[in-house]
Each structure stands twice: as structure tokens, then as C-alpha cells.
Design a binder for this molecule. Structure first.
Ligand SMILES: Cc1cc2nc3c(=O)[nH]c(=O)nc-3n(C[C@H](O)[C@H](O)[C@H](O)COP(=O)(O)OP(=O)(O)OC[C@H]3O[C@@H](n4cnc5c(N)ncnc54)[C@H](O)[C@@H]3O)c2cc1C
Length: 415
């Protein structure tokens, strides 16, 4: 409990690891190394309350600067970890130093997937992506100027930006290549609900549509219009691209650690080097909740779970059993909370009133509940967390029977 632990990445995963290490009794040096210069902050508000200007920059802090100091956690901000010399156990930093370690935890997150241009011109200045505080401020600036926005990608981030932009009266066109929004993560019934709501709020939804061409202005620096594959043309002041995340694996890969879609780790979140662990968005791990299936999950609760697990493992404590992954998204007055991974479901049960924006969707595989989406139904969400991952088999009729609450069904043992 006295060696030196270096944590690369100052997102929620890295920061939680540092504090959980101290809570588990680690007495040696803990150094958090982050490329970003900002005091570590929460990312979810960047597409929600912070984007709308409803909360202050200080409210984003994950922990106050004083708390890092009190816990003896050294923050090295604005410094990039460049390489790991695994033989001598040295981590090289962009500041020129090399630090000797006993353990390294990689919490390097990911980078937004970019649109690529092969016209030889500079990347347009009005194509924006949302990952960090500065990018959120740039988009907020466009929104408060009531810009004409095109959003490429109908995932959570695209939809949340669309909702905020409409609140400010922007003209918003959302372009999605799939035939429905949130296609990768929800059933058609949920996509349809969100499409209807965005349309009724005035978002121009172009589904099953791709971009054929970005047309620049005379300076070549700015995209003025988007030509779609269906021949439609959309005039824009700015474009927000939300087409997924590429895990940041360069440091791990260049250090010779096994990588696939993410940094490959075992059940303990250990990489192919026993002294190096990896957690959060950048990690491809076997999920015990899904029978050991390898997954990569991009969510705050997942990064926090990983952080607590890795700190327990390094401190030789018994980690808590894995919980089902969960996620949330806020759009307009809709609170979507989802638990579990719905991939591979064979049937769906809807409970509640879709027309009243108050419903839950249960995803079943051979009678087991593998995932649940809840819209404005907090009590269902708590019950759903119990159901997902349990081995209880339900019939569709049983789950459709609304004379029993989801809580009662979650607690029932079946016949
Ligand atoms: C706009 C937005 C909204 C979101 N909303 C939600 C939500 O509502 N609910 C939810 O659950 N999740 C949400 N997410 C996802 C969530 O923020 C991520 O899942 C979470 O931040 C992952 O934490 P992490 O610690 O793994 O990585 P990150 O938070 O990405 O942190 C990684 C850090 O590592 C740094 N880094 C990378 N490489 C190096 C290096 N070589 N040297 C030094 N530093 C390095 C990066 O600069 C970054 O600061 C949202 C994300 C965004 C961008």
C-alpha cells in the first residue's frame, strides 16, 4: 500500500480511482496526469445544463481543488503521458520528466469521431464536436447567437444539443444516416417517441440521410451549406458532429499492450501487463453481467464502477460484484434512464403511457430482462436495476400486467 500509482486521464474514471485508492487505505504517492488544463470536471452537463448556460463552470468540478490537496493526490494538468517503458517501469511525460511507478491506471477515455475531408483545404472552423468544456462553450456561443445549426448524428449527444438549441430558438436540422434516431441503443418504439417529440419541438429531422458534400464559402474556411444524398440542401451557420467515439488507445498500443476495440483487460481490469490497468470509456472488458461477453461502455456510472473495482484490486480488497451498466439522457422535459444492454433482445414490453411521456420499455431475451429504458419513471428505473442481470424468467403477459408495479415484479420470485 506504499508504492507509486500513476493515473493517466483526469476524467471521472481517473479522479474516482485516485479517491477510491485513498479510501481503500493506499498510502503511497498517487499522481493524476491529464492532458486537459482544466480542473477535472463532469462531462454530462456539457450537452445539457452547461450548454444551456444554466450552471457555472465551478459547478462542473468533480472535486474541489482543496480536496485533491487534502487527500495528497498530486494533479499534473496540461501534461500528456507519452510512453511507458515497461521494463524499467517509467512513464514519460510531455513535460520531459519520467516517473517511476508501481502501478499505472489508464483512464484515457476517447475522442469524437471526425468527418474527414480529402479536398486539401483546412478543416472548416464551423464544424464543431462536443467532448470537452471548450467545445461546449463554442457550441453554446453558436446557440446563443441563434445560429442555423445542422447536427450530424442522432445519438444522445446530437439529440441533447438539438433540444438545447431549440430552447434558444435556433433553426435545427438533424441529419441521421440510419432510419431512426438512437438506433444502436433502443427499440423502434423509443426512437419513434423521441423523433415525434423533436419534430413537434421544431427540429427538422432528416432520417436515412447522408451528407454528399459540404459546400464552403469563398474563404474555404467555413461550410455554408450541406448537400444531402437525397438532393436536399441545408444552409448552415455551424455544424455539430456527434457520430461516435474512438477510444484513446495510442499510449497503450504503443507500449505493446493488447488492444482491440479499446484496451483489452481481464475481469480485474488488468491489461496484458500485470502492473497496468485500464478503465472507463477506453476499455474493452469481459462483463460478468453478460456472461463474460466483451463490451466497451461509454458512461459515467461504468467509469465510476471500474474506478472502484481497480482501486480495490490494487489495494488487495475484494471488489463489489459488477452491476448492470446504466446511462441517462435529458432532452426537453424528458428524463431517459436506461439500464442494461439491449443488444440481441427477442421481445419488448411497453408499460405506461407513451402519449403521456411516461413509460418504460423492457427488453427480454428468452424471458430474462436484459435491459430497460424508462422515460420520466424514476421508480421503474430503480426496480429495473434489480431485474437486469437477475436470472428470473418472466412471461410477456406477466410483465404487461400493470396491476403489479415493476417493483413488485422485480421482487417476485416467479412460480
Ligand atoms: C457531451 C457529453 C455528454 C455526456 N453525457 C453523459 C450522460 O448523460 N450520462 C453518462 O453516463 N455519460 C455521459 N457522457 C459520457 C461520459 O462523460 C463518459 O463516459 C465519461 O466521461 C468517461 O470517463 P473516462 O474517465 O473513462 O474518460 P474521459 O472522461 O473521456 O477522460 C479521459 C481523459 O484522459 C485524458 N487523456 C487521454 N489520453 C491522455 C494522455 N496520453 N495523457 C494525459 N491525459 C490523457 C483526456 O484528455 C481526458 O481528459 C457524456 C459525454 C459527453 C462528451
Amino acid at each position: 500500500m506504499n508504492g507509486c500509482v500513476l493515473i493517466v486521464g483526469t476524467g471521472c474514471g481517473g479522479v474516482e480511482t485516485a479517491f477510491a485508492m485513498r479510501a481503500n487505505g493506499w498510502q503511497g504517492p498517487i499522481v493524476l496526469i491529464g492532458e486537459e488544463k482544466e480542473i477535472p470536471y463532469h462531462r454530462p452537463p456539457l450537452s445539457k445544463a452547461y450548454l444551456a448556460g444554466d450552471v457555472s463552470p465551478e459547478s462542473l468540478y468533480l472535486k474541489s481543488p482543496a480536496l485533491f490537496e487534502k487527500q495528497g493526490i498530486v494533479l499534473r494538468l496540461g501534461v500528456k503521458a507519452l510512453s511507458i517503458n515497461r521494463e524499467d517501469r517509467l512513464l514519460a511525460l510531455s513535460s520531459g520528466e519520467s516517473i517511476k511507478y508501481d502501478y499505472v491506471v489508464l483512464a484515457t477515455g476517447g475522442q469524437p469521431r471526425q468527418i474527414s475531408f480529402d479536398d486539401g483545404l483546412p478543416y472548416p472552423t464551423n464544424i464543431l464536436q462536443l467532448r470537452d468544456k471548450l467545445s461546449s462553450e463554442r457550441i453554446a456561443n453558436q446557440i446563443s447567437n441563434k445560429s442555423r445549426l445542422a447536427i450530424i448524428g442522432g445519438g444522445y449527444i446530437g439529440l441533447e444539443v438539438a433540444a438545447t438549441a431549440r430552447k434558444f430558438g435556433c433553426e435545427v436540422t438533424l441529419i441521421e444516416a440510419a432510419n431512426r434516431v438512437l438506433e444502436r441503443v433502443t427499440a423502434p418504439v423509443v426512437s419513434e417517441f423521441y423523433q415525434n417529440r423533436h419534430s413537434s419541438e421544431g427540429v427538422n429531422l432528416l432520417l436515412g440521410t447522408t451528407v454528399r458534400r459540404f459546400i464552403r464559402d469563398g474563404s474555404g474556411q467555413i461550410v455554408r451549406s450541406i448537400e444531402c444524398d437525397n438532393g436536399m440542401s441545408v444552409d448552415v451557420d455551424a455544424i455539430v458532429v456527434g457520430i461516435g467515439l474512438i477510444p484513446s488507445i495510442e499510449l497503450a498500443a504503443e507500449s505493446g499492450l493488447d488492444c482491440g476495440n479499446g484496451i483489452l483487460v481481464n475481469e480485474e481490469l488488468r491489461t496484458s501487463d500485470p502492473r497496468i490497468f485500464a478503465i472507463g470509456d477506453c476499455v474493452n472488458f469481459p462483463s460478468s453481467v453478460y456472461g463474460g461477453r466483451r463490451v466497451r461502455i461509454e458512461s459515467v456510472p461504468n467509469a465510476l464502477e471500474h474506478a472502484r473495482k481497480v482501486s480495490a484490486v490494487i489495494c488487495s480488497k475484494v471488489p463489489r460484484p459488477d452491476a448492470a451498466p446504466w446511462f441517462w439522457s435529458d432532452q426537453y422535459n424528458l428524463s431517459l434512464k436506461m439500464v442494461g444492454l439491449s443488444t440481441g433482445y427477442d421481445s419488448v414490453v411497453v408499460r405506461g403511457e407513451i402519449s403521456a411521456s411516461n413509460f418504460s420499455v423492457l427488453y427480454l431475451l428468452e424471458g430474462r430482462v436484459i435491459a430497460v429504458d424508462t422515460v420520466n419513471r424514476a421508480s421503474d428505473f430503480i426496480a429495473a436495476k434489480k431485474m437486469v442481470g437477475s436470472s428470473r424468467v418472466y412471461s410477456v403477459a406477466e410483465l404487461q400486467d400493470e396491476s403489479f408495479s415493476l417493483k413488485e415484479l422485480a421482487e417476485s420470485t416467479g412460480s
